[in-house]
Ligand binder design. Sequence first.
Ligand code: BEZ
Length: 367
Amino acid sequence: MENGSSSQATMTELQEVQITEERPLLPGQTPEMAKTHSVETPYGSVTFTVYGTPKPKRPAILTYHDVGLNYKSCFQPLFQSGDMQEIIQNFVRVHVNAPGMEEGAPVYPVGYQYPSLDQLADTIPCILQYLNFSSIIGVGVGAGAYILSRYALNHQDTVEGLVLINIDPNAKGWMDWAAHKLTGLTSSIPEMILGHLFSQEELSGNSELIQKYRNIITHAPNIENIELYWNSYNNRRDLNFERGGDITLKCPVMLVVGDQAPHEDAVVECNSKLDPTQTSFLKMADSGGQPQLTQPGKLTEAFKYFLQGMGYMASSCMTRLSRSRTASLTSAASIDGSRSRARTLSQSSESGTLPSGTPGHTMEVSC
Ligand code: BEZ
């Protein structure tokens, strides 16, 4: 792990809670322990929950959630989906809550200086040092994707891969600010955050999922804290990715966005700025703004190929998973394979085998 200034900080363990996970067990499976920790960082206390045990010579999967959510409301449907179990049993997981977003978090006092997204990225070395973990595969959504990218730019040796869902690497321009201010005149903070998380079509459709998340955000006891994270997101700096330039992600990256999702254009632009030999772009049809909530199975399938491309999941381990998903993926997926690529994200064929060597590409997954 690189020694960032923040990683030198004294860390005080505030709290440790051990719970046994409530997930239906498969035959022969023992329950996995989940342990919640808090560390003091230069930017306040950060709480995170660790699932599973460290696996030798494997990075931890570290997640960072979006605004309006916490690690559970953002990632539980993905990490508890059936096919994901085969993957995660091979990795310890660290699920970070942005400060003030953990369940039962006290509301910060008026005038509290909430960390910027860059400062939140600087708390990650404290977490890894505390756990004595040396490398990660990051999975982030929205603000969380930005934070993990910033962390990767500053500590590239510790990041083996990144799954970035709905990333917008650009600072708000003056046009965005004007639109944001106008929206703020007529909309509440929860409505603005819902408009960041979901498409207008989804919001007006008012499905059970939308009702659930509208209820979570509208009645959040820590809405003041959520507003602070929201403000930090809207004040983010430009990540300044530049294809072929010095500021770029060096690890394999899987960019994910739903088509018609609020951040589709931003993710498409981000894809154009990253190294095509390291980047795969998954555009998911009919998945709305939060593919990890609406299409956990499809995302798990893509994650599996991503890990395989990194050499972590032998295809022999994955045959059941591959077979179970092959039909749905091959029926409507298109891959643009026109560029050469060192690491590949493979696509299953009709027969269930896993051809490799697919160049840096776009997958459009239709459901
Ligand atoms: C996990 O197994 O990593 C997990 C479980 C519950 C919520 C989020 C993640």
